[in-house]
Ligand binder design. Structure first.
Ligand code: NI
Ligand code: MN
Length: 229
């Protein structure tokens, strides 16, 4: 199994049988190494409806006959575009053939803006716990720091946490470093920074603040090193 980072909040997980993408914002993402027209994918997981997360979801799903997993209202919208979906709600888990998915709280907002400039309500924003191949991944989505991250940390053995550090729209480096204390993951990968001027950050400053986890600062296309101590 491999887990790789592709700029902004885009994560790819490859198992022997499935390719999973989280928040596949590729077109217009100046930080990514991926090309939407060349990606093959079986499962797309979405944290929320913002366009820098939904990204190329509809085109990718149609071309690959992939299933899109999202919270209820966002799943309804994606389904209306002619895509197979599986709707979930915060606090709910489901065992899929590729692994287990659980949606968690995130403090943010969630809407989708169409090409015509129409804003569509997309329900609650979320984080995602994905357990696959014996590894538990936590993708925080876009969120502030919140106290119940402690609960998520207590209830799950998180191997890899993807945490936003960009500030402005989400946690910044200091809050994200505090989130690491609450979540207690083995490995942390900073995400959601340097894509836009408002979220410019030095990820190494975040790395310096974290004392209790293996912080892996990744460039687009880099793999998470799961075997680090
Ligand atoms: Ni957002
Ligand atoms: Mn975002």
């Amino acid at each position: 199994m491999s887990i790789s980072y592709h700029g902004h909040s885009v994560i790819k997980i490859k198992t022997n049988t499935h390719t999973i993408l989280i928040d596949p914002f590729i077109t217009g993402n100046g930080q990514t190494d991926l090309k939407a027209s060349e990606e093959s994918v079986d499962v797309i997981l979405l944290t929320h409806g913002h366009n820098d997360h939904v990204g190329d979801t509809v085109d990718l799903a149609k071309r690959n006959d992939a299933v899109v997993i999202a919270t209820f209202e966002l799943a309804n919208y994606i389904e209306s575009q002619g895509v197979k979906v599986h709707a979930m709600g915060i606090g709910g888990a489901f065992d899929f053939d590729f692994g287990k998915v659980k949606y968690t709280q995130a403090f943010h907002s969630s809407s989708f803006t169409t090409n015509e400039g129409k804003t569509i309500y997309a329900g609650m924003p979320a984080g995602i716990l994905l357990t696959v191949g014996g590894i538990t991944i936590y993708h925080a989505g876009d969120t502030s720091l919140f106290g119940d991250m402690k609960l998520i940390g207590e209830r799950n053995n998180i191997d890899v946490a993807f945490l936003p550090i960009g500030d402005n729209f989400t946690m910044g480096p200091e809050d994200a470093a505090y989130a690491v204390q609450l979540l207690n993951p083995r490995i942390v990968v900073p995400i959601h920074y340097n894509t836009f001027p408002a979220i410019k950050q030095d990820p190494n400053e975040f790395k310096d603040l974290v004392k209790t986890a293996d912080v892996q600062v990744l460039n687009a296309g880099d793999f998470v090193q799961l075997s680090h101590k």
